[in-house]
Design a protein. Sequence first.
Length: 249
Amino acid sequence: MVFRPSIKLTLVLLVLAVIFARLGWWQTERKVEKQQLFDQFREAPVLSIEDALSQGPVFARVEATGRYDPERHVLLDNKIQDGRAGVHVLTPFVLQDGREILVNRGWLPLPPDRRSLPEVATDEDWRTISGILSKPSAGGPRIGAADVLVRDSWPQLVTYLEIDAVGQALGVSLEPWLLQLDQSDASGFGDRQWEPATMGPEVHAAYAVQWFALSLTTLIIWFVLGVRRAKSLAIQAAIGETNEGTAES
């Protein structure tokens, strides 16, 4: 078997193969990172809210005693449940020592016209709540202008969660954490099956397989085209020799 790829084709396809392989390796690294994140989430230590806030673990299972702010809620947009558009309800929670933290109480549906926001039933009773304490997600790349929060209009709809901006609108210094309320807590709403990230490690693994497959496919194409070119050149050479022989005779 003769193999004679063109130089230009070799450069193009080998560069593509390397790029695809690098993307596959990157997705593999992301899979490892996400697996570590999910493991930390599942194995989160049980701490008091005071210890968790001071020690700053990645995740912690906590109980917190205090009361909700009954009126001032932040509604985090673009949360889908069973094909329906809705929001996650984030309510300030005042701890016994006066510090405040946002609590994600779960999902509520959002009307299609968005002219009216959902009612958020909340009382001021003192209570003990439990959940996962974690750092708020950055939310990935952002499109459009930043949300503008005001102090005298609640609840407010936001596309991205920025703790500092929410704290300024509330007029308080919020702890830079988010407490994701347990499913069993009666003060919450729907869709409280929390995960540490939207995209799990298995998704990155699937992407890695796709990129590596593209890299392999590119090499196969390079090899096949190289063989075809060699055959074509051989045929052209044979025809040329035949023509030369005919001309001489």
